[in-house]
Design a binder for this molecule. Sequence first.
Ligand code: BGP
Length: 470
Amino acid sequence: MTEQFLWGSATAAYQCEGAWNEDGKGASIWDEFCHSDKNTTGITGDVSCDFYHHVEEDIRMLAEGGQNTFRFSISWSRIVPKADRVVNEKGLAFYDRVLDACEKYHVIPNVTLVHYDLPDYIGAQGGWCYPGVADEFAYYAAVVFRHYGDRIPLYVTINEPNHNAYCNYCVGNYPPNETNLQHYCQCAYNMAVCTAKAIREFRKLGLKAQIGVVQGCGPATSLLDTPDYQEAVKYCNYFCNDWILDPAIKGEYDPQLIAAVQSRGIDLSFVKEEDLAVMKDNTIDFLGQNIYSRMLVKPNTSGITAFTVNNAGNNDGSAQAARETRAIAGWFESDRDPNTKLNHWGREIFPECAYNTLMERKRRYGNIPIYVTENGHGCYDAADENGFVEDEERIEFLSNYLHYILKAKQDGVNVKGYYVWSTMDLYSWINGYKKRYGLVRVDYDDPARKRTPKKSYYWYKQFIQDHQDL
Ligand code: BGP
């Protein structure tokens, strides 16, 4: 692959494809969840922005916006729709069309094998906690590697194992909607085994392509540097970062982390020697790092274990407004810096976190190549009568974060690419379609899903042009 800096934007299958049951696709846990009573909003990704039927247009627009790379994910249940493991040729053909468009417009694909949308037949057997999930995943991954090979230069095994496991089993807002720390640990462990077993398949083929994993949060940090605050940071990192990244990058768990997890009464009998051996031999080539916000923590004085998010998008900036928080009794709890802004969904906007995240990754993991695989601002956009959005708020967010990302690169972090979340407006997990991230507006009232580039699309195009020397 060429060594040019990659400038692009990202999507994920369930959030943009639509066509949820077309051409032999099987149901995923998100299809199942969104069609069930547990989905209190009734909003689904059944059609979404209908990328399935707009592939050529979306990739052309991306390229016309000066971008040279596109991150998307493959829907596992399009490729292997049922538990019988029969491969759906029409599913493979769909992503061939996506890759054809990428080639036509000189866009480098960066492809994730699973972005939250586990097949429902695995969900029915225990989902990410099903002990057989890693073998199922390795089978599916091998089908993908053999079929697409080096047409895809950058593969990602799993999007955000940390955040996925966290929402599934701590907050409980993603399917299977549980709050269960034991299952959180089991899920995160199984995801690490999935990554390792998929990489083992990948290496067998001797491809030139590279493979990585995408992490969803940055390192924990605190407002004070006293020993009790340092402890809180350490435990939060065990929980959110090291538990995921150490096996993927170093091929092993930190024994102190294992001891800490056990001391909480987590039963680690699911950890198997043979899995640890696979992890040791099968680590990633690059890290994908998503950057949205800071994880600010303090010592846990409440004695409470609880996790909250704001899916209502009603944060008005007041002290009582619902925000994102996480707390584990005895370990850490979220802190709030009154000097920073929160978005409507209660998430802190803190551009410096981009720099701190990247520098900390370098400190712990050395010169590993890093792609910033997502960075974006979710907000309520207002379009004029022509569908044009003057999204100054998004431009300000992106330019502030980019400033710190490029500073980290200048200071020696091996940053090789950057992706705005998202290429066009798409479904936001649980939040539906009002929370928008796209560089391109999608008119959901229009059956044809008309696309209109926003002001940020043109701003990004110019930004890329001004940074050709990277
Ligand atoms: C990341 C996910 C994306 C995307 C983004 C924005 O964690 O990888 O899929 O959804 O967050 O999140 P949300 O849509 O919940 O605001």
